[in-house]
Design a protein around this ligand. Structure first.
Ligand code: BGC
Length: 389
């Protein structure tokens, strides 16, 4: 049995658009309405967590978890430019209070992939008012984040810059780029947005503020070391370097990929690929936390803000997570400053256009919204209680 440091946070994560339902006013909802022909499914009622968050959080609290990560939905808080909804802000404040009452540390993401349609109509992150608009939204968010200790400004800016870059290419009449890298221009705007919002959030709330970066646990193939370094910078290190100025950095890891002369190698088809078609690589988390420490430096604490597996075999989820946690424990043993582990995800949620890849510790009946905990929820709760794996 390997123990984790005292005070280590144990939790699970969700994001607003993936669980709340009826986020009628954001870019993803709009995309879902027009992209059905391309096999994109709709979020619809999702898991109705907008109303059932208390039940969701209790699933964690009852089993001994100590943290819950969730996100604020910008399109609810600012339905029209400059018009802020006090009721929506109060809703998220109630979520924070509920987490605290249940003994869960709220880890709050200000932006998790979605934005209001009015922001989209103006050109989204390439609109010249984008950073100011995000800043105004973040200022309003501060009004309810007063006693929150962990705030993530933007979830996976490096993935957001890939998906928005892809959408931009499609809008320009080009095909969606295969195995694309982040759009550099969008990435730069996200970095600018983080750099203005983070100090403001820190100053007004006293929270530890950072952002969460998607880690691909990239490896070089022989002879392609230079290409590897170039790709790693563009997809990851550019964003990790920003975290040197922050109070913590969120690590999000699922799998690992090699880099060859043409760039990142797509996952080969394999029997043990996950429901996302990704290689089964629980060891990726060890590579990710070490690489993050190497880039960000030893003084910035690391929170694993996402790690998990899309599978319909819950024993496999437990096996994957056990191996991933052993990697974290080994890294901590070697001096990597990891402060917590937030599993992705609490619930089988809306996987951005698809319902089939199930990442949850809890299944949900989407007709009745009944929650059905899987054995992995009890298992990870036990790990949390023992603070050991
Ligand atoms: C995102 C989540 C997503 C998960 C699995 C991360 O990229 O932050 O929203 O569901 O990975 O794909």
């Amino acid at each position: 049995m390997t123990s984790f440091p005292e005070g280590f946070l144990w939790g699970a994560a969700t994001a607003a658009h993936q669980v709340e339902g009826n986020n009628l006013n954001n870019d993803w909802w709009r995309l879902e309405q027009v992209a059905a022909d391309y096999g994109v499914q709709a979020s619809g009622d999702a898991l109705d967590s907008y109303h059932r968050y208390h039940e969701d959080m209790r699933l964690l609290a009852d089993r001994g978890f100590t943290a819950y990560r969730f996100s604020l939905e910008w399109s609810r808080i600012e339905p029209l430019p400059g018009q802020f909804s006090r009721a929506a802000l109060d809703h998220y404040r109630r979520m924070i209070d509920t987490a605290r009452e249940l003994g869960l540390e709220p880890v709050v993401t200000v932006h998790h992939f979605t934005h209001p349609v009015w922001f989209d109509d103006r050109g989204a992150w390439l609109w010249d008012g984008a950073v100011d608009a995000f800043m105004r939204y973040a200022e309003q968010a501060c009004t309810i984040l007063g006693d929150v200790h962990w705030i993530i400004t933007i979830n996976e800016p490096n993935v957001l810059a890939i998906t928005h870059g892809g959408q931009r290419q499609v809008a320009l009449g080009n095909p969606y780029p295969r195995n694309a890298l982040p759009d550099q221009e969008i990435g730069d705007v996200l970095i600018a947005a983080h750099r203005v919002a983070a100090p403001m959030l820190r100053q007004r709330t006293g929270a530890r503020v950072g952002w969460s970066v998607a880690n691909q646990a990239l490896t070089a193939t022989p002879g392609n070391e230079e290409k590897f370094t170039e790709v790693q910078y563009l997809i990851e290190d550019k964003y990790l370097q920003v975290s040197r100025e922050d109070d913590f950095v969120g690590v999000q890891s699922y799998t690992s990929q090699p880099v060859e002369a043409d760039g990142i190698v797509p996952h080969p088809v394999a029997d043990d690929n996950t429901l996302m078609g990704w290689a089964y690589r629980p060891d990726a988390l060890g590579i990710a936390v070490r690489h993050t420490r190497d880039v960000v430096g030893p003084d910035v604490p690391i929170l694993v803000t996402e790690n998990g597996i899309a599978t319909d075999d819950d024993e496999r989820r437990i096996a994957y997570t056990t191996a991933a946690l052993e990697e974290v424990a080994a890294a901590i043993g070697q001096g990597v400053n990891v402060r917590g582990y937030l599993h992705w995800s609490l619930l089988d949620n809306f996987e951005w256009g698809h319902w089939a890849p199930t990442f949850g510790l809890v299944a949900v009946n989407r007709e009745t919204f009944a929650r059905h905990p899987k054995p992995s929820l009890d298992w990870l709760g036990e790990v949390a209680r023992r603070n050991a794996v």
